[in-house]
Design a protein around this ligand. Structure first.
Ligand SMILES: C[S@@+](CC[C@H](N)C(=O)[O-])C[C@H]1O[C@@H](n2cnc3c(N)ncnc32)[C@H](O)[C@@H]1O
Length: 262
């Protein structure tokens, strides 16, 4: 705790002090991931602290001691007053969101060791969360969104299971996209299976409703299609990202620890 005022407050007071600027980590797994990937967590509460630490011992021994130092037990009614709907683990925390400047610096760093995922005008908050989780799992450099959806919206955070802190997540305009060749995914493109995706690629995906925008198409260097039989119109956005990141990991450069491609 680096904030001397907050250090003197009870958990509820600390929650109120940070709630305006911080993001909600809803449930044990979100807290576990955020801590594991270096998020600053000024306040964390549990209805049953012992049960939460037992869960940590079982599922996340690497962060057990950190959680021991962070978690304060609160009555169920206090916990319920802090979250939109109770999580089965009855754990919640606030985490400090990385600054836009820090995210843009991370996204713009070259040479880039793993692609950036671009969601062009996404609409569905659950899809955005699932994509952030995928990007974290594959070690992507980041996820950027164009349009009005806030990729740090509480519902996206819930879908992302705290993994916003494992990758760089930011909203940008098309003309602010990081440098790098844009491989845009569209059913009318060339077959992805014939292409090796470079590590510095921007992998762009269109909106659930209307596909790729005119601006994104104009910025695209390549249009690529996922294999799909003729009478199917399209795949779900998050599953399209999953297939494309898998293709990159298997046939482009793989993240550390991945088995070599024969
Ligand atoms: C649900 S789809 C969009 C469907 C939309 N009605 C359209 O007109 O394109 C969301 C995004 O997933 C990606 N996608 C879905 N199916 C794809 C496929 N077979 N090949 C390449 N990209 C695909 C594209 O980026 C697409 O814009």
């Amino acid at each position: 705790m680096t904030d001397p005022v907050a250090a003197g407050l009870d958990p509820l007071g600390r929650w109120r002090r940070f709630a305006g600027d911080a993001v909600l980590l809803d449930g044990f797994h979100a807290l576990k991931h955020a801590v594991r990937f270096g998020a600053r967590v000024p306040v964390a509460v549990a209805v049953d602290r012992r049960a939460a630490l037992a869960l940590a011992e079982e599922l996340a021994p690497d962060v057990r001691d950190t959680l021991d130092g962070l978690l304060t037990e609160v009555p169920e009614a206090t916990y319920a007053s802090l979250v939109p709907r109770p999580h089965p683990t009855a754990v919640a925390a606030l985490a400090v969101r990385p600054t836009r400047a820090a995210n843009l610096e991370r996204l713009g760093r070259v040479p880039r060791a793993a692609p950036v995922v671009v969601l062009d005008h996404p609409r569905n908050l659950g899809n955005a969360g699932a994509v952030i989780r995928l990007a974290a799992g594959f070690g992507a450099t980041g996820v950027v969104t164009t349009g009005t959806l806030d990729p740090w919206h509480p519902t996206v955070l819930r879908g992302g299971a705290g993994l916003h802190f494992a990758t760089a997540v930011e909203r940008v305009a098309v003309d602010e996209l990081p440098a790098g060749p844009v491989f845009a995914l569209d059913p009318e493109g060339d077959d992805l299976r014939g292409v090796k995706l470079p590590d510095d690629a921007l992998l762009a995906f269109g909106s659930e409703r209307s596909g790729l925008s005119v601006e994104l198409r104009a910025r695209a260097d390549h249009l690529l299609a996922l294999p799909m039989r003729p009478q199917v119109s399209s795949y779900n956005l998050a599953t399209s990202v999953a297939m494309t990141l898998y293709h990159w990991s298997a046939y482009g450069s793989a993240p550390p620890g991945a088995p070599p491609v024969p």
